[in-house]
Design a protein around this ligand. Structure first.
Ligand code: FES
Ligand SMILES: [Fe+2]
Length: 378
């Protein structure tokens, strides 16, 4: 974040902390359990929000160097994103033209992507570059190249379309409303740490809701997060996207300093939610990504938690911070979401979202409006 923006965010947070206040919604909002269980809604969301909408899957720094590649999975579609020798960014379905096994695993640097099944290899523009026992096959043609997908790293994050329904233009412009905020962090220099994958017995929106309120900190995270952070909330809306943050304890000490002395990054955590459900989390020099996507039915989701570090010299500290956050998320947050799903499925139909959960409210409204806009052909 640019220093000016960071100080603006810090100033608003400090004012809240000193006043004992928070950004709040105008009123409590009722919600229906069916929001998380309805099959038709879930199918429509899956198609419209995931298949037909650009998805943020990673950071530009993961494929910054020529010859670098990184793999991802999105709604079951295996993806490989790479930068070729000319410096061009490409995304492909990570499926070999021979019999569709993966041509890359994990991340790294390579001249060619080589399938581990029978050894067909591809250059980083997706073109078939070689195959063992070549004469056993018909002459190579375009069908033997990797399937190309639209991709962009315009604001320092990797945005990809996972189906032909997504245009390159849509991918390029997907983050324009919040792009300058993201670009301020300069994610072009970060490197991957690790990615965890969870299969969760809760709807993808219940999982995303977890990262949209601090009301639960003092209870669910009483021993893990609550000793470190407070629940004060600052929220900004950026068109289809949002950011909100909460501070480290002790932020009130900043009132004794001149703003010019303040740290260059916000002393706390900022969650940027990128439509439909990618959480980009920044805290100091570190960043993580949480992606929750629909699983095999409305009550199931697949969740990815990825971490990156900015400075190789402090990689161990960044990894520890990533693991600390991931352990809290997987042992405290995700089980809570699973309990909610089970309770809703058991007939707990009337739910409530408080004034003190403004980000949850805002995103429920966004998801609703997007579906309605689509249904009425707007
Ligand atoms: S499936 Fe890739 S070489 Fe056979
Ligand atoms: Fe939490």
């Amino acid at each position: 974040m640019q220093e000016q923006d960071s100080k603006y965010f810090t100033r608003r947070m400090l004012d809240h902390v000193l006043a004992g206040s928070s950004d709040r919604a105008a009123q409590a909002m009722p919600e229906q359990g069916g929001f998380y269980t309805d099959l038709a809604r879930w199918q429509q969301e899956k198609t419209q929000f995931f298949m037909q909408t650009p998805q943020v899957v990673g950071f530009a720094g993961e494929v910054a160097a020529s010859g670098s590649y990184a793999t991802f999975e999105c709604l079951g579609v295996p993806l490989v994103i790479c930068r070729n020798e000319q410096g061009e960014l490409n995304a492909f379905v990570n499926a070999c033209a021979h019999r569709a096994a993966r041509v890359a695993e994990g991340c790294g640097v390579a001249r060619r992507l080589t399938c581990r099944f029978h050894g067909w290899s591809y250059n980083l523009s997706g073109k078939l570059a070689g195959r063992p026992d070549d004469k056993a096959f018909a002459p190579a043609c375009a069908n033997d190249d990797l399937i190309s997908l639209p991709v962009s790293d315009k604001w320092g994050v990797l945005v990809v379309g996972i189906s032909p329904a997504v245009s390159q233009e849509a991918v390029d412009s997907a983050l324009d409303d919040i792009g300058p905020v993201l670009a301020g962090y300069d994610f072009t220099g970060v490197a991957s740490l690790e990615t965890r994958r969870y299969e969760v017995a809760a709807n993808w929106k219940l999982v995303t809701d977890l990262s949209h309120e601090s009301y639960h900190f003092r209870v669910l995270h009483r021993e893990s997060l609550a000793p470190l952070m407070t629940a004060h909330t600052v929220l900004d809306d950026f068109g289809r996207h949002t950011r909100w943050g909460f501070p480290l304890k002790g932020i009130e000490r900043l009132q004794e300093q001149d703003e010019s002395q303040w740290p260059s990054s916000f002393p706390g955590v900022i969650n940027h939610t990128l439509f439909p459900s990618t959480l980009l989390i920044t805290s100091g020099r570190d960043a993580q990504l949480i992606r929750a996507e629909p699983g095999s039915e409305p009550g199931k989701s697949v969740v990815y938690y990825a971490g990156v570090c900015r400075d190789p010299a402090t990689r161990a500290e960044s990894l520890a911070a990533y693991q600390f956050g991931g352990d809290i998320f997987s042992t405290e947050d995700l089980p809570a979401a699973e309990q909610c799903q089970q309770g809703i499925a058991a007939g707990r139909e009337q739910l409530s979202i408080g004034r003190n959960e403004p980000v949850v409210q805002l995103w429920h409204q966004k998801w609703r409006q997007e579906l309605q806009g689509h249904s009425s052909g707007e």
